[in-house]
Design a protein around this ligand. Structure first.
Ligand code: BGC
Length: 757
């Protein structure tokens, strides 16, 4: 035993020492290179260009990219993939630019590379950080096989406004869960060695508060007090920094009147000085130039503002490339600041191993071995089925018997174009499994008939706007009454009706905010009419955001939320619908009753006039027309089986500052199926110097219980879980009482309490 310990100690020392030696070598090499660089060459490294071919999310695509690489005016590219193309690009840099500096090759690999996983809001609903890490590892393996060494992910923005289309791209409303997921993704992408050929550098984005855009309209202004920022919105970015993320991307919005890309407080004071971030900071797509439209001056002014704020790399806009030299000459910025930005970018390139071998990610034999393998596709199926959330159980309709006579209805029931979801530019919709095909694969003996029943939407404007990246909404020219009749006729013949409805992929995502987040009218009508047939009804709901489905929830139907499930969509949905997998997902963003309730989230404050119960009370904090509670709470998600909670215990009644406390609870599977449950712990700091949220998620564990089984589950509250930022922005735990709630969602009422001395 002692020998083993000694060996471990020795190994740790050797590893520690070699990391130290490597970072010393990197520092020396970077300084050596910097000493040879002209001002122009240093400025050149600060530019990220895209020659086109990817999704141009701004209006600009870079021109004359080859000439610019030769002239040493490019630090990195994105929108380029495939080992040969990447090799060609690196070759231009290595063989034709004076200093032979290799390029960063970036990409948006948001939920899988070619093997597309569910949208991030869906994978978050699995509450399975191990699985999420594995997906990120797989994405890194596929992307690096295709030449990419730098990923613009994870997007960690806390989103409490489902009108905002990019809620689809993140983990939802909660900083505790969001931080755990951010860490897992970064670990998955970066591994333990950034220079390994199958790992890539991650980017935490979008710094900061992008998800709090006013009224949920994309790119809109953000106005937020420091306490809310520090306690609710910033912890996720900090968690990413703590996890060693290599780069950070600024957001489009302004904060306190200064857009993130020019915000010195954000980039330098907070990110670098307070949090100790050592990587480099890239702007978002033309976000430096956009400061002109924000009203902060001309291109030279805003570029200088960005550099002085601490921004290192300018994405696409070329403001750095075209104006920084003049700003140095005019004394508006210093060469020292440029050198510093260049130093950070070169350091990242060293860490990626690009100076040892610029062609490290250009191995032509890899794509065939590593991309879209059977193993990767089965991981996508696994991830998808674990992301589904059973929103409502109607009697025992689900799971379906594999020999049933099924009417499979709906505009998304036999559709490939919407399975991948938003921000999947590297995936191919044609490779995805439609629901009809999945049903046939999993239940070959079932008798399945199919009808579209309705268009995704009958609104041609909405359809056109959702079709920016290809046809997502195909409008069937047959009259809607004909479509409906066909569906109703089939339904009347069937044992059970499964309706696959919801949003097209591009109803959510970037620049896809909606003020009405209910189902399109065409589909609402379809569901109403299907319910009237009296046949058992299953609604399979796809969306990139929480929807307002108060009316549908009243229908006599079971409802399974499947997000946009990725390349294995149909198979995964069939796995769950036919009971090969018992759903275990839980919502990570609250579903509102109506848009007027937004924002509504689980960690709201009590106010000075809280209501008792749900009934309207005059002069209390409530609405005249709708109750305060959401339609579906954070953490909600049912199972084919049932779980009950009892016997909550603490290992102490009182703890000292700096001590942890353990909470245990008995969870029983009281239903008829084996199943998984996400045990959730919420904490309420009863009295403190700044108003506390009513409760906050501070722990969770996903467990498996056989039917009839009971397990004691233990969760630990660490000292930092009791802390918050006070009025002086100090991170403290204040003495007093804490209430602990454990249960199946954010309304958990099994409760105990302890005191912090
Ligand atoms: C998005 C970023 C993305 C970038 C590059 C922008 O429009 O906001 O999230 O990384 O485009 O594709």
């Amino acid at each position: 035993m002692r020998n083993i310990k000694r060996r471990i100690c020795f190994l740790t020392l050797v590893l520690g020492f070699s990391t130290f030696v490597r970072s010393q070598e990197t520092i020396e090499a970077v300084e050596q290179l910097l000493s040879q660089m002209t001002l122009d060459e240093k400025i050149g490294q600060l530019n990220l260009l895209t020659p086109g071919g990817g999704i141009a999310t701004g209006s600009v695509v870079s021109e004359n990219v080859e000439a610019k690489i030769k002239a040493g005016q490019v630090g990195g590219l994105f929108g380029v993939s495939g080992p040969e193309k990447v090799r060609q690009a690196q070759k231009i840099a290595i063989e034709n630019s004076r200093l032979k500096i290799p390029l960063l090759i970036g990409s948006d690999i948001i939920h899988g590379y070619k093997t597309t996983f569910p949208i991030p809001l869906g994978t978050a609903a699995s509450w399975d950080v191990g699985l999420i890490q594995k997906m990120a590892e797989t994405a890194a393996k596929e992307a690096t096989a295709d030449g990419i060494n730098w990923n613009f992910s994870p997007m960690v923005d806390i989103a409490r406004d489902p009108r905002w289309g990019r809620i689809a791209e993140g983990a939802g409303e909660d900083p505790y869960l969001g931080s755990a997921i951010a860490k897992a993704m970064i670990k998955g992408y970066q591994g333990s060695d950034l220079s390994a050929p199958n790992t890539m550098m991650a980017t935490v984005k979008h710094l900061a508060l992008y998800g709090a855009a006013e009224a949920g309209r994309d790119y809109n202004t953000v106005d937020m007090g420091r306490l809310k920022m520090y306690n609710q919105y910033l912890p996720v970015y900090k968690a990413a920094v703590d996890a060693g993320v290599g780069s950070a991307m600024t957001s489009f919005n302004d904060i306190d009147g200064v857009p993130a890309s020019g915000n010195k407080w954000l980039i330098t004071d907070l990110l670098r000085n307070q949090w100790g971030f050592e990587g480099f900071v890239v702007s978002d797509y033309t976000s430096v130039n956009e400061m002109i439209a924000h009203g902060l001056g001309d291109l030279q002014t805003v570029s200088a503002l960005a550099l002085n704020a601490g921004l290192d790399m300018d994405m696409v806009g070329e403001g750095f490339l075209t104006t920084l030299k003049q700003s140095v000459a005019e004394g508006k910025i210093t060469e020292v600041a440029i050198t510093e930005a260049c130093r950070r970018i070169l350091t990242a390139k060293y860490k990626l191993g690009l100076f040892d071998d610029p062609y490290r990610y250009s191995d032509e034999s890899r794509p065939a071995k590593d991309i879209l393998t059977d193993g990767n596709r089965s991981l996508a199926r696994e991830a998808a089925k674990r992301s589904f959330v059973l929103l409502k159980k109607q009697e025992d309709i689900l799971p379906l018997k594999k020999k049933s006579k099924i009417a499979l209805i709906g505009p998304l029931a036999n559709n490939k174009n919407n399975m991948l979801g938003t921000w999947a530019p590297t995936g191919d919709p044609q490779l995805s499994v439609p629901v009809l095909e999945g049903f046939k694969n999993v239940a070959p003996k079932a008798k399945i008939s199919y009808a579209k029943g309705a268009n995704i939407t009958d609104d041609p404007d909405l359809a056109q706007r959702a079709n920016v990246f290809g046809t997502r909404v195909e409008i069937d020219e047959r009259p809607s009454a004909v479509l409906l009749k066909e569906a109703l006729d089939l339904s009347k013949e069937a044992d059970v009706v499964v309706a696959v409805v919801g949003e097209a992929s591009e109803f959510s995502g970037e620049a896809a905010s909606r003020t009405d987040i209910s189902l399109p009218k065409s589909q609402k009508r379809l569901l109403r009419e299907l319910a009237k047939t009296g046949k058992p009804l299953v609604i399979v709901l796809m969306s990139g955001r929480p929807l307002t489905i108060a009316e549908e929830l009243e229908l006599p139907a079971s409802i399974l939320q499947v997000w946009h499930p990725g390349v294995e969509a149909g198979n995964a949905i069939a796995d769950v619908v036919f009971g090969d997998y018992n759903p275990s997902g839980k919502l990570t963003a609250t579903w509102p009753r109506n848009v007027g309730q937004i924002p509504v989230y689980h960690s709201m404050k009590n106010t000075g006039r809280p209501i008792e119960g749900d009934n309207f009370q005059k002069f209390k904090s409530n609405y005249l027309d709708v109750e305060n509670t959401p339609l579906l709470p954070f953490g909600h998600g049912l199972s084919y089986t049932d779980f009950s909670y009892s016997n909550i215990q603490l290992n102490k009644d009182e703890i000292e500052q700096g001590e942890s406390i353990s909470v245990s609870v008995e969870v029983s599977n009281t239903g008829a199926y084996d199943g998984e449950e996400v045990v959730q712990l919420y904490l309420r700091d009863v009295v403190r110097t700044v108003t506390p949220p009513m409760r906050e998620l501070k722990g969770f564990k996903k467990i498996f219980l056989k039917k009839g089984e009971t397990k004691t589950v233990e969760l630990t509250l660490r000292p930092e879980d009791l802390k918050f930022y006070n009025a002086a922005l100090e991170f403290v735990a204040e003495p007093g009482e804490f209430e602990v709630f454990v249960g199946t969602d954010a309304t958990a009422d099994l409760k105990t309490s302890f005191r912090l001395k």
